[in-house]
Design a binder for this molecule. Structure first.
Ligand code: SAH
Length: 221
């Protein structure tokens, strides 16, 4: 890509991004394909220009509508966690937000089905991903609590807003061998969880403490 807007300059340049990748490596992210996506995806294009100079800091930042763009470390960690365990043909994502997580994982799976409850964010994420030529993504303005039954089962499910408990409909839409990665719990006490569906049971792992916006019920127009 030779588009200077995508490649970035100064605080959005390749060198600044490389520092972020190094930092994530130091913190234990080791999937090279995931690290390469963090290197490639122009995070500054997912946020307001006023904040672009901070795009490659490892921190969550506001994107409007009371929502945030996730911290790069968390995006990398969740991507790595859902990919571990086998190839993903169909991935369901709940909480598109600005679409950064979507853009990071899209080329690493067959197809992404992503759901967001705030319509303005759906519109914006769709536009940004089109600009980046990422085409294997279907967007939906809906309440992610119900999942996307028409496209189930999914080999992977990423939930990027925190429910008190994982909505049962999401577990129902997970294929055998599939992984669901989600922050679970009340504000201030969330744990990142990975659930793997086995024939007869669900295997549960705690990946660590996190801080996400809550998974809310219903739609916002
Ligand atoms: N994935 C984003 C971060 C998303 S923040 C990134 O890469 O930066 C969480 C998002 O989940 C918000 O946009 C919020 O509006 C959305 N959300 C919250 N509850 C939801 C629900 N029930 N269904 C769909 N989206 C929801």
């Amino acid at each position: 890509m030779s588009d200077p807007r995508v490649n970035g300059i100064g605080m959005t340049s390749a060198r600044t991004r490389e520092r972020l990748v190094q930092r994530l490596q130091e913190q234990g992210i080791c999937n090279l394909r995931v690290l390469d996506r963090i290197r490639q995806v122009p995070r500054h294009l997912f946020m307001d220009e006023a904040l672009a100079s901070r795009a490659y800091e490892d921190t969550a930042l506001p994107i409007g509508f009371g929502q945030t763009i996730s911290q790069p470390y968390i995006v990398a960690r969740m991507t790595e966690a859902v990919l571990a365990g086998g190839p993903i043909d169909r991935l369901l994502e709940i909480g598109t937000g600005c679409g950064y997580q979507t853009a990071v994982i899209a080329p690493l799976v067959g197809h992404v089905y992503t759901i967001e409850r705030i319509v303005a964010l759906v519109t914006r994420a769709r536009r940004t991903l089109r600009e980046l030529n990422i085409r294997n993504v279907s967007f939906r303005h809906d309440d992610g609590n119900v999942g996307w039954p028409a496209r189930a089962p999914f080999d992977g499910i990423l939930v990027t807003a925190a429910p008190q408990e994982v909505p049962p409909k999401l577990f129902e839409q997970l294929a055998v061998g599939g992984r669901l990665v989600a922050p679970v719990g009340p504000e201030g006490r969330q744990q990142l969880m990975r659930y793997t569906r086995r024939e007869q049971r669900m295997v549960q792992e705690v990946l660590g403490a996190v801080s996400f916006v809550p998974l809310l019920p219903g739609l916002q127009r």
